[in-house]
Design a protein. Structure first.
Length: 477
């Protein structure tokens, strides 16, 4: 039997046999950072218009009280439905973490947004079962690992053909996390993998719209549903990941996958440790973040005022310019994939946070005028250096005749080579959570999250996240 026919069995063995104690201390520490980051962006994302639409849809169809939908107006519903809303919120601002690739042939050096689907699935099923913080953290880690290794293994044509990996692999991450908490055996887990394979989807056409975060919401919902159906006896095909009709070949039009990235690789080492995960410093497409840091450095170093700016050029490769596909933004959703807006926000406000990525600011006269001064240039020299890093150079022409130049740092701020400080992580969580929670409760929630593995019942954490919500209507981004 070759590795190409053993991927399903390898995943089943790993999920059923791995325990919390087998994760190195570094993995647990990084997991808690990702959980803090993930819950912060979920709380902020509950104020997004798209989340509100999904939230109202779920509220109308409530049938059971199993898990909590977070936000300024929390309510309980089925675990899978809570996962749908919370995960949609978690990706609504495009502020959630990204998985790095160990392979230089992967476009952008990135693979997927790994945290939100397994995190919300672990919280939803954990709340339903009264699981401990340690059990929830373990389920999250296992789901995170399976999703990341699958994303690493699949042929790059999966993404190039138009699939959104956070939607496709997020389904498996959520399913595995739910399956761990439901204690599925090997046979049931095999069925759950098959069910998840049929539920996995998401297409890149929807980038820059409300449907992109819905991909992540559906991934979490479908993952929980797949595990719950399998636990109830629902069946699926054998060896769901392998063979000509298995997930990997169908979702790559036959190109397949590198089975060695799964068989013998799961947990060796955990992907959260190596090659690692990046927390986002800005709520927009991560491919623009090094360029944004470069612009912020240029503006502050030279004390550039908006009225001094005559023209801006961003030189980059197609790995950055193609996905950040909007040459001009008219909505905050388009702005998340628009380099001219990213540059304009920093030139105008020296910030590009959750309060800048709003329809009001994007559509304001200063932002619209500044965007018209920014052009992007496909740079042949940068293109020739490959796609494993986010490389770019910005040039700012001033009205006094000077041209300021700044090259982006290839080390991603928030990534393994340039990680967030504890203060930066807590600051991001506080900024996000302050949209829906009181300051005193935010601090208490952070204390719980820092010692998550010691929480006796995950419902205690959910209580902190819902008891201190701000009164009145939430701030709508």
């Amino acid at each position: 039997m070759t590795n190409e026919t053993r991927a399903t069995a390898a995943v089943i063995d790993y999920v059923t046999q791995t325990s919390f104690d087998r994760f190195p201390r570094e993995a647990v520490s990084l997991a808690k950072q990702c959980v803090i980051d993930g819950l912060g962006v979920i709380l902020a994302g509950t104020a997004a218009p798209g989340t509100g639409i999904v939230r109202d849809y779920v509220r109308r169809g409530r049938e059971a009280v199993e898990a909590t939908v977070l936000g300024a107006d929390p309510f309980s519903c089925r675990a899978a439905s809570a996962a749908l809303v919370n995960a949609t919120a978690g990706h609504a601002l495009d502020f959630d973490d990204t998985q790095l690739s160990s392979s230089p042939d992967r476009t952008f050096g990135l693979l997927t947004h790994p945290t939100i689907p397994p995190l919300v699935a672990s919280l939803a099923v954990g709340e339903r079962l009264g699981a401990s913080g340690r059990q929830v953290l373990e389920a999250y880690l296992v789901g995170f690992e399976v999703a990341c290794k699958m994303a690493e293994a699949i042929n790059p044509t999966h993404y190039q053909n138009g699939f959104h990996t956070s939607g496709t692999f997020g389904t498996f991450g959520a399913m595995v996390s739910a399956a761990r908490l439901l204690r599925l055996g090997a046979d049931s887990l095999g069925h759950a993998l098959a069910i998840a394979s049929s539920m996995s989807s998401g297409i890149r056409l929807n980038f820059g719209t409300m449907t992109k975060p819905l991909h992540v919401g559906r991934a979490a919902q479908n993952g929980v549903m797949a595990a719950e159906l399998a636990a109830a006896g629902h069946t699926g095909g054998k060896d769901a990941l392998d063979g000509p009709w298995g997930f990997f070949r169908v979702f790559t039009l036959g190109a397949g996958f590198d089975a060695n990235q799964i068989v013998g690789a799961l947990g060796n080492p955990p992907s959260i440790v190596s090659p690692g995960v990046s927390l986002k410093p800005y709520p927009c497409g991560s491919l623009g973040h090094p360029t944004m840091d470069a612009m912020l450095k240029l503006v502050k170093t030279n004390d550039v005022n908006p009225e001094q700016v005559k023209a801006v050029r961003v030189r980059a490769g197609s790995n950055i310019l193609n996905p950040l596909r909007y040459p001009f933004a008219t909505t905050e959703l388009e702005a998340k994939f628009c380099l001219p807006f990213m540059m304009s926000s920093l030139l105008l406000r020296r910030r590009a946070g959750i309060h800048e990525f709003t329809d009001e600011f994007v559509q304001s006269a200063p932002a619209q005028e500044m965007m018209r001064k920014v052009t992007t240039v496909r740079d042949a020299a940068i293109e020739a250096r490959g796609f494993d890093k986010m490389r770019s150079i910005i040039e700012v022409d001033l009205t006094d005749g000077r041209t300021l130049v700044q090259e982006a740092d290839e080390r991603y701020r928030g990534g393994p080579d340039k990680p967030f400080t504890r203060e930066e992580l807590h600051g991001k969580f506080t900024d996000c959570a302050s949209l829906v929670m009181r300051a005193d409760v935010i601090n208490a929630a952070l204390d719980h999250l820092e010692s998550l593995e010691q929480v006796r019942d995950i419902r205690e954490l959910v209580t902190f996240l819902t008891a201190g919500v701000l009164e009145g209507e939430p701030t709508v981004l």
